[in-house]
Design a protein around this ligand. Structure first.
Ligand SMILES: [Zn+2]
Length: 98
């Protein structure tokens, strides 16, 4: 059962479909291409549209406990890079200079 652990201790259950903590990012360009495919062929079914859109997607997970965001690696879908808001960093006393 695939899982992803957050630094705060929360565990994302990646086997849930749909996953309540997962979000999908696609480029505006890909979305427009998908709309164009549909406009040119309205008989395109939902599954075809789904896979067309998802070809280019990146997954991200937002932790419901601490709001960290884990973004799928550009080249490896099994690697996720964590991001945390500066606000959360400061609230935890982390010093950060630009
Ligand atoms: Zn977390």
């Amino acid at each position: 059962m695939p899982k992803l652990g957050c630094a705060c201790g929360y565990i994302f259950d990646l086997s849930d479909i749909p996953c309540k903590d997962e979000y999908l990012i696609i480029s505006d360009k890909r979305m427009m291409e998908a709309i164009e495919v549909y406009d040119n062929n309205p008989s395109t079914n939902g599954e075809e549209m789904y896979y067309l859109i998802r070809e280019e997607e990146k997954r991200l997970y937002i932790c419901p406990q601490c709001s960290r965001i884990y973004v799928e690696d550009k080249n490896d879908p099994n690697i996720f890079h964590p991001y945390i808001s500066e606000e959360l960093l400061y609230s935890k006393g982390v010093k950060y200079d630009l």
